[in-house]
Write a protein that binds this ligand. Sequence first.
Ligand SMILES: NC(=O)c1ccc[n+]([C@@H]2O[C@H](COP(=O)([O-])OP(=O)(O)OC[C@H]3O[C@@H](n4cnc5c(N)ncnc54)[C@H](OP(=O)(O)O)[C@@H]3O)[C@@H](O)[C@H]2O)c1
Length: 344
Amino acid sequence: MLKIGVVGASGYSGVELTRLTLSHPRLELRLATSNSYAGQQLSEIYPQFSGLDLKLVNNDLNQLAEHCQLVFLCLPHGRSMAFAQALRDRDIPVIDLSADFRLPDREIYRQYYEVEHTSPALLSSAIYGLPELHRERIRSASLIANPGCYATGALLGLLPLFKSGLPIEDVIVDAKSGISGAGRKPAIDTSFVEAASSMTAYKVASHRHQPEIYSQLRAISQKDFLFTFTPHLAPMKRGILSTIYVKLSSSELKRDFYQLYSDFYREEPFVRLLPPDVMPRTRSVAGTNFCQINLALDKKARRLIIVTVLDNLIKGAAGQAIENLNLTRGWDETLGLTNLAPLA
Ligand SMILES: NC(=O)c1ccc[n+]([C@@H]2O[C@H](COP(=O)([O-])OP(=O)(O)OC[C@H]3O[C@@H](n4cnc5c(N)ncnc54)[C@H](OP(=O)(O)O)[C@@H]3O)[C@@H](O)[C@H]2O)c1
């Protein structure tokens, strides 16, 4: 059994990681941390864990290094990097769910996250943990930057096109997220009265996942392209639906894009291209590590329209983190992650 630690286990992605860890056949949860709730049972915050002895402890690096063979960091950006540095200095592998190691350029990180990166050397050794893109590099990684939730949905929708070498000049990603995407910390905008029965765009033209998505796609295409990303808050607890528009030239309209996507994802364990005309819905992937996709060609507008759905807390966070861990250990990538969504 691999002894693992979850730092930030009181938050939404941390608690989902804790839950997934408990049903994983090869993981032993040794430490679950929280500064605010240290000393309390996890079941005092989340009654789902009632009957299990899961006492939260402080974020103590020495304890983590002594008891854990791998640590998941589920902290806000700006907080993870110091932990990652200290754990890597002690040779403990780290999977970081925050954005601290996702952007290759520390200047862009500073610009979007408004904090100075304090571990630039480590930054260059981090592997971006999207298995469908970097599976081989993830296998030998000791620091994994787990992708953002919006970024996962957008990238999975666009990878087949970018990998096909199609010249792409203009992409729009319009994405809607459930409120858990904002984390557990209370805020006016995500309170029930403000968010229920209502939708709003936010961080228009300035969201932090914009450079993350762009940098991964730009590394594939090796060419600049126009890219717009608009996130919305949707009145649901979890899930992200992304509608992606890609401008095509007239000569590309004859291509069989459905076949392209079908071939690209045929062997992928967690990406499902739905039958033609069945559009993805967030409910079908809730609580699972699956991403479902479909697409349609608007010939008049010369746009390919791709729709993806995933659970922000699972394929967009904790599930993908376990998938990455499975890869680093040489285990079956799907271990502990094959459940399907309940009906409702
Ligand atoms: N929510 C999502 O859908 C999602 C998806 C992908 C990635 N992520 C990323 O995952 C990370 C955690 O997100 P979340 O949604 O789980 O957030 P959350 O629900 O707000 O939880 C944050 C966790 O970090 C701890 N924490 C907060 N401020 C801290 C500080 N100053 N120092 C040390 N610990 C601190 C909290 O612990 P205490 O109990 O000590 O306060 C809590 O356990 C973020 O970087 C987020 O961007 C989130």
